[in-house]
Write a protein that binds this ligand. Sequence first.
Ligand SMILES: [Zn+2]
Length: 460
Amino acid sequence: VKKISIRFFVALIIGMSVIMSVNAQNQDSVQIRKFFEEEFNRGKSYPYLDYLCHDIGHRLSGSKQAEKAVQWTYQTMKNEGFDSVWLQEVKVPRWERGKKETAFIFDGDRKMPVKICALGGSIATSQNGIKAKVIEVNGIEELKKLDPEKVKGNIIFYNKQFDKQAMSAGHAYGGTVEQRSRGAIEASRLGAIGIVLRSLTHSLDTFPHTGAMNYNDSITKIPACAISTVHAEMLSTILKRNPDAKFYFQQNCKKFDDAISYNVIGEIKGSEKPDEIIIVGGHLDSWDLGQGAHDDGTGSVQCMEVLRLFKTCGIRPKRTIRTVLFMNEENGLRGGLKYAELSALNNEKHIAAIETDAGGFMPRFFGVSVDGKILDKISTWQPLLEPYGIQKITNGGGGADIGPLKKQGTVLIGFHPDSQRYFDYHHTDADTFDKVNKRELQFGVVTIAGLLYLLSEYGL
Ligand SMILES: [Zn+2]
């Protein structure tokens, strides 16, 4: 009899805990459904993005539009009635493109105009531009094997392409981006007078893609531009037939003293563990082409919107949740660095940080910076997010702006929407509001709000 009753009680307890956890999951799915209903019926993410793209436009750090974006997001979050909204001062680099660039290929008697743009941070050419023979290389490794005598006085043409077979477009980007970031340094080391970079995209079109590039103070600075992929193909074809063809470009960019700008922060205090903070972040700055719609207007408005959903749906989080709109991700990361610096200084405890900076496309997965028990715990929430697009929660993730928090033990989580079209628009004139699909943007909001809710309920 005793044995039976022990077994009975064990079975009862197991049964009850299963029922309780099923109940909790049911309740969670009901809460997340509330976010979905609100977002798809009365959501503001799309109108927010409309304003950001059309009324403010692109917003490079230190520009008038960046300042306007700071004031508008601050005021908008204030109006939504979050517990606190504040600005965090950040010194940012300031660079301007100046008058539009021009470029030509000289092939014998023919002179053909091509589309280029200066890379972000590049120096100008002289008023008269530069004109020289072109050495095409398939990436930096190939450049390094060249005889400096051959490179001297010429222009290096980086033409390494995106891997066509990479499933993730982000991985293809990762395989080529060093040409942009270090290309001018390595070319100058061998005596080149300028670089022209094949735009970083799978797409074959006439939009040049800008993006950050670096100099080394001990190596001569040379001007750097990106050429559209259509014109990169053209240049490469001509060079095969006529290695003496020349490239000309002229650009007028300028660097100014650092400017004062801000991270914009909104917060809802936790009801049970207010000292445990979870942030969602995107970056408010953008490049100075297009409207910074997918990069990272969509991430910025998603972050504002998730806090609004908590408020509007009447959900008081157990832990503190915070939206951080970082300034200067594109050309300095000063916002992300400042935020982590002040967090350490103020002894704040960030248990998790979610970053959305991969476009406003259909949600696919979340990537988590840690393995083991914490990842296992977060992974058990995947079925709750699956109805809105999240197919898996995997190891490996984070983001540029939240990266500096890692030292403080914060678990970093990257939001990964579908990557296939992101680099069609990335850092170009084509990154505009009309490229964003409203429903995809909204599904992103719901999955991020859902994950934020689960983190705030259960902690890590
Ligand atoms: Zn971005």
